[in-house]
Write a protein that binds this ligand. Structure first.
Ligand SMILES: Nc1nc2c(c(=O)[nH]1)N[C@@H](CN(C=O)c1ccc(C(=O)N[C@@H](CCC(=O)O)C(=O)O)cc1)CN2
Length: 418
């Protein structure tokens, strides 16, 4: 069966001129159902997309003809978007099957773009969505399979101990989700909950106990800790062999060094790299910018990107011209905790955006009274980037998947199981 990939040039970035970003890939499947692809958005002027009227072109193989297993099928259409919603779609043409079908399809589609360009409109494409929820599920399935093999072979299942101090609702939710994720893959979880006014010594006492328990292969202390505690003292107490969060300074130090491997890599940055890997996004030789320099995300993310041979710049609160530097990034990891800080104008056309921020913003329309947004203005960025993680459903689920992965690695290492 014929299969066709169609790409347009994405070299021009002038907003006034037509910008031809990558077309979606069209593959004529083997007689199966064909999905409609929104190939590009043709937007008049430079007005706010959520309030403007937008024309969208579509190209797609024609389903009835595909069923007949004929080659060279295609079509084109036009849709009208208003206020961020699709209002109508009208079919303009369908190319019937013929020897020259594919060629005709290309010609008509390119002609549509040229007409659009001549009319002085800008052409925008929607970025590919990097689906962290889906990838996290795939990883959990892989982990479950490995755990079941390990149990069958040596009768051992991994164990994860979680310590939660205080009454933060978000922390309680994350701990609950970690426990559920453990159950789903066959990891035994142990939980200690301590009151807000507990002492550092009490927390360390529990850590020591888990350090000495052979059925526990991973220990994590949910962060942030209450402000009266010294976080570093607590994290130092987790023995490096069970430090599945990778926050012990010995693991962080090893990660920062060239040619030396840490025992564990912190879960969120590891999840970012895994998303890039699973989506086939090349890192080597690319310019990467990391926004934020926290010990949990920014610093380890920069080390990991550097380890993958990217050229890395870290942008932080004291950086001059952050926008200009960010605009150089082929790969952008944003981890600053400031809602929608990165606007469309900060992004290089075709860049890959990994948004680590999870920020609650008031939203009277939402049943919770708030909604979650990232550090990147998704609405704007998704029109300029080539791929982007959503919030929620992007990096967040990967954090937990990587925790499960680290716990499995730890158990395998402890029992010399390969
Ligand atoms: N000891 C640690 N503490 C903290 C870590 C960590 O890795 N280790 N990271 C964050 C919190 N965190 C895990 O602990 C975490 C945050 C968010 C998500 C997640 O899946 N988010 C969802 C949205 C969830 C929602 O609706 O509220 C998403 O982004 O889709 C998982 C884990 C700080 N503390």
């Amino acid at each position: 069966m014929a299969s066709m990939m169609l790409f347009t040039d994405c070299s021009s970035s002038s907003a006034a001129a037509a910008r031809l970003l990558p077309f979606c890939r069209h593959q004529i499947p083997d007689g199966g159902l064909v999905q409609l692809h929104r190939s590009a958005r043709l937007q008049f002027g430079l007005s706010n997309p959520s309030s403007s009227r937008t024309f969208v072109t579509y190209t797609f193989p024609s389903p009835p003809l595909v069923k007949e297993r004929k080659e060279g099928l295609g079509g084109g259409g036009c849709g009208v978007w208003e206020g961020g919603r699709e209002k109508s779609i009208s079919l303009l043409f369908i190319i019937s099957s013929s020897k020259w079908g594919i060629l005709k399809w290309c010609l008509i589609t390119f002609t549509a773009y040229i007409i659009t360009a001549a009319a002085g409109v800008s052409v925008e494409a929607a970025a590919k969505v990097i689906d962290g929820k889906k990838v996290a599920k795939e990883i959990r399935d892989e982990i479950a399979t490995e755990i079941s093999k390990m149990k069958d072979a040596i009768g051992v299942v991994p164990g994860l101990a979680v310590i939660l101090v205080g009454d933060r609702k978000d922390s309680a939710t994350y701990v609950h989700n970690k426990k559920k994720a453990c159950e789903s893959v066959g990891i035994t979880s142990y939980e200690v909950r301590l009151s807000e006014d507990s002492t550092e010594q009490e927390v360390i006492k529990h850590i020591t106990c888990f350090n000495n328990d052979p059925s526990v292969h991973g220990i994590l202390v949910q962060l942030p800790l209450p402000s009266h505690m010294n976080e570093q003292n607590v994290l130092d107490a987790v023995c490096i062999e069970k430090d599945v969060d990778g926050f012990n300074p010995l693991n962080s130090g090893r990660l920062a060094m060239r040619g030396i491997e840490p025992l564990f890599v912190p879960c969120t940055p590891k999840g970012c790299i895994e998303l890039l890997r699973r989506y086939g996004i090349e890192i080597k030789g690319k310019r990467a910018v990391v926004l934020g320099r926290s010990n949990i995300v920014g610093r380890p993310a920069a080390s990991l990107l550097d380890g993958e041979d990217a050229t890395v710049t870290v942008v932080h609160s004291r950086t001059q011209n952050p926008e200009e530097i960010t605009r150089e990034a082929d790969i952008l990891i944003a981890a600053v905790g400031r809602p929608n800080m990165v606007r469309g104008s900060w992004i290089k056309p075709g860049a890959v955006i990994i948004d680590v921020g999870i920020n609650a913003v008031e939203d009277a329309k939402s049943p919770r009274g708030y909604r979650l947004v990232g550090d990147v203005c998704y609405e704007e960025a998704s029109k300029i980037a080539s791929a982007i993680t959503p919030v929620p459903g992007g990096v967040g689920p990967m954090t937990i998947a990587m925790l499960l992965s680290n716990t499995l690695v730890s158990a395998k290492r402890a029992h010399h199981f390969v």
